[in-house]
Design a binder for this molecule. Structure first.
Ligand SMILES: Cc1cc2nc3c(=O)[nH]c(=O)nc-3n(C[C@H](O)[C@H](O)[C@H](O)COP(=O)(O)OP(=O)(O)OC[C@H]3O[C@@H](n4cnc5c(N)ncnc54)[C@H](O)[C@@H]3O)c2cc1C
Length: 404
């Protein structure tokens, strides 16, 4: 006889992590009620194409969704879009919606993601987080249009690449001395700067936006960068308001243990919003990556079902800019000053970069070199010292190094 589970699991945030959690609950055989609440009007979709294929016109809008439109009905997942959750009432085990109605839960997953950091300056500027943002931006990227991007992080640079390919004139303003400087360090950041400059991107490094005007952006040294569109991409902040107001432990993200559990045993968090006590690194880390949303969403679902979960996936990230494709895996602890080793041709943009601490690989990045990222993840996972000369030597198979 099959037992019917009469519990209700509520997921707040119908993004990638929330959708993957719903999928995993059903895949693991949960027969209770699953309610997926999202404030956006769209069903869950993937954000990476928003700054790449959708801007370039090479990706179809219909292909960005996590599941087919009828998937939710077929899997008995109650997806409610355009339904912002206003509060979590932990004592009553329910969430309160914007229309003041409530949904009761036995277990609750917070997958509220992140939102762009705003600059405290008045003026009409664009940000990129949603499908609507991407479509709006794409509409303005035509030959001769002038785009100023504030912030030379991954998303700013992806937009710059797409805009150049669409024929727009692109200016990038960045407070640091190089793009991606904090993540990549001098040498690699300079290589990314050179690639964009070769494609016609104009950079203003060491500068910040002082004023947004109808005719463009005025920098802090008085320079005017003329623009039809100004796009600000200066990072994101986790959407922790609900959790904080409900008295859950929050710092830079909702604090969860390695089972994705908050300090309330019935409340879990996953995706961009979750600061996870990572079982491999022994640190609490919050990662804003597509793969982490998938992996933590699935892991949280298993944990909600009472399975033993010790989240230990190596963070993984990818980007595409012009003809450069890159994957990055690993995590560098705050304050660490790892050494850099390059295997391959940095100038030809076909290489693997490793960041290591006395031979222990903390992170690796493969640029236009494929089928090596799993070996990089194994090296990070192995946490054993490797001879840096062997790391740099392309004749030594990477797969051998992790097992050396
Ligand atoms: C333009 C762009 C490009 C990217 N490119 C890459 C890439 O190339 N590689 C990579 O690894 N990562 C990339 N990322 C990051 C990746 O998309 C995110 O890490 C991922 O989307 C996180 O998923 P999530 O489900 O945690 O959060 P989100 O995708 O932000 O989803 C959270 C959802 O919760 C909803 N929500 C929030 N509060 C409430 C509430 N109170 N009530 C109801 N709903 C609520 C939000 O509206 C949102 O729909 C990119 C992100 C962006 C924006």
């Amino acid at each position: 006889m099959t037992m019917i589970d009469d519990r209700t699991f509520v997921i707040v945030g119908a993004g990638l992590a929330g959708a993957k959690a719903a999928e995993t609950l059903r895949a693991e055989g949960f027969s209770g009620r699953v309610v997926l609440l999202g404030e956006e009007t769209e069903r869950p979709y993937e954000r990476p194409p928003l700054s790449k294929g959708l801007l370039l016109g090479t990706a179809e809008r219909d292909n960005v969704y996590v599941h087919a439109a009828d998937w939710y009905r077929r899997h008995d997942v109650e997806l409610r879009t355009a339904t912002p959750v206003r509060a979590i009432e932990r004592a009553g085990h329910r969430v309160r919606l914007a229309d003041d109605s409530t949904v009761g839960y036995d277990r609750l997953l917070l997958a509220t993601g992140a939102e762009p950091r705003r600059l405290p300056l008045p003026g009409d500027v664009a940000y990129l987080r949603t499908l609507a943002d991407s479509q709006h931006l794409a509409g303005g990227l035509r030959d001769g249009a002038r785009l100023v991007i504030v912030g030379a992080g991954w998303i700013g640079l992806e937009i710059a690449a797409a805009a150049r390919e669409r024929g727009a004139a692109v200016t990038v303003v960045e407070t640091a001395p190089l793009p991606l400087h904090r993540v990549l360090g001098d040498r690699l950041a300079a290589s990314f700067a050179a690639m964009h400059a070769a494609h016609g991107v104009v950079f203003h490094f060491g500068r910040q936006a002082a004023e947004f005007r109808a005719d463009g952006v005025v920098l802090d040294d008085g320079t005017l960068c003329p623009a039809d569109t100004v796009l600000v991409a200066v990072g994101v902040r986790p959407r922790t308001e609900l959790a904080r107001a409900a008295g859950l432990a929050v710092d830079d993200g909702i604090l969860v243990d390695h089972g994705l559990r908050t300090d309330d045993p019935d409340v879990f968090a996953a995706g961009d919003v979750a600061a996870v006590d990572h079982a491999l690194f022994g640190h609490r880390i919050r990662v804003e990556h597509w793969a982490t949303a998938i992996d933590t969403g699935a892991a949280a679902a298993r944990s909600m079902l009472g399975q033993e979960v010790a989240y230990d996936r190596v963070p993984y990230f990818f980007t595409d800019q012009y003809d450069l494709g890159m994957e990055y895996a690993g995590w560098i602890p705050p304050g660490a000053e790892p050494d850099l080793v390059i295997r391959g041709d940095l100038d030809g943009r076909e290489y693997v970069a490793f960041w290591h601490d006395k031979g222990q690989v903390l992170a690796g990045m493969n640029v236009n070199v494929w089928d090596v990222n799993e070996s990089i993840q194994e090296l990070v996972r192995a946490r054993v010292p490797v001879d840096p000369a062997r790391l740099a030597d392309p004749s030594v198979p990477l797969a051998d190094l992790a097992n050396a």
